[in-house]
Each structure stands twice: as C-alpha cells, then as structure tokens.
Design a protein around this ligand. Structure first.
Ligand SMILES: Nc1nc2c([nH]c(=O)n2[C@H]2C[C@H](O)[C@@H](COP(=O)(O)OP(=O)(O)OP(=O)(O)O)O2)c(=O)[nH]1
Ligand SMILES: [Mg+2]
Length: 128
C-alpha cells in the first residue's frame, strides 16, 4: 500500500478552530476534519497547504507554523499528516465544497469525532 502525504491546517482565531465534515463517500467519510488534502509531487507541504486552504475554504494563508507530523495506518490506507497551525490569513473561511463547517472552541474539540490519526492533534491543541 502506498503512503499518502496530506497537508492539514489547524486554522486558529480567538481560541477557536475551523473544522469541516468529510463528505460521506470519502475515506473516513462523515467524520470531522481539519481542512487540507494531498500534497502534489511538485509541492512542499507549505505550498500544498496554501493551495488546499484556498480551494477548500477560500482563504489565503499568511502565517503557518509546523505543529506535528503524524504517520497513521488505517486498515485501507496509510497516511502521513503534516499538520500546521494557521494563525493569520486573508478572507473569511467558508467551506467551498458544500460540506458542513463550523468554528469550535479548542476546549470543545474532543466532543467531535475525527479520524483516528487526529487524536494527537486534538491532544496537542488542548495542552497548549
Ligand atoms: N484533510 C484531512 N485529511 C485527514 C485528516 N485526518 C485524516 O486522517 N485525514 C486523511 C483522510 C484521507 O485519507 C486523507 C486526505 O485525503 P483527501 O482525499 O481528503 O485529500 P484531498 O482533499 O486532496 O482530496 P482528493 O485528492 O481526493 O480530491 O487524509 C484531517 O484532519 N484532514
Ligand atoms: Mg481534502
């Protein structure tokens, strides 16, 4: 199985995080996620995150910082998540692909069901 590399953005504003729900038909469908997507061959993770957040939530990232990299093996897919916090951006985040999305307090993040690989992200944010 090939490992896929995913750029993931934790968009933060006033102790809230912007999350969206994965479409039902996708891998890990129906769960909440931090916006992002697969890195293309000619991109750095930083570039991939800028592109994905422009496409998926319509913002231009101004400040991003590495938070962690997570390797996780799902039964049907192996992923590496390159996770970055995004603390400055232009535009107002809006889900561009019709998925549900909302701002949630960092302290409430554990109430939402994320893919298993995300557990470390939620823990790290709540310990900040
Ligand atoms: N975006 C995102 N993906 C996550 C998270 N947690 C997690 O395990 N994943 C996994 C699910 C998928 O297997 C993979 C992301 O792939 P994807 O199919 O959404 O990528 P993409 O947006 O580029 O979509 P596409 O190429 O299929 O159009 O990473 C997360 O918080 N955000
Ligand atoms: Mg995506």
């Amino acid at each position: 199985m090939q490992r896929i590399e995913v750029a993931v953005g934790v968009i933060l504003r006033d102790e809230k995080v912007f999350i969206s729900r994965r479409a039902d038909h996708l891998h890990q469908g129906g769960k909440w996620e931090f916006p992002g997507g697969k890195r293309e061959a000619d991109e750095t993770f930083e570039q991939a995150l800028c592109r994905e957040l422009r496409e998926e939530v319509g913002i231009d990232v101004e400040t991003q910082r590495p938070l962690m990299q997570i390797r996780h093996d799902y039964p049907d897919k192996q992923v590496t998540l390159d996770v970055r916090t995004v603390t400055a951006f232009r535009g107002e985040p809006r889900q561009q692909e019709g998925q549900e999305a909302l701002w949630v307090s960092v302290s409430d993040l554990h109430r939402y069901t994320f893919p298993k690989a995300n557990l470390a992200i939620v823990n790290a944010l709540q310990q900040r």
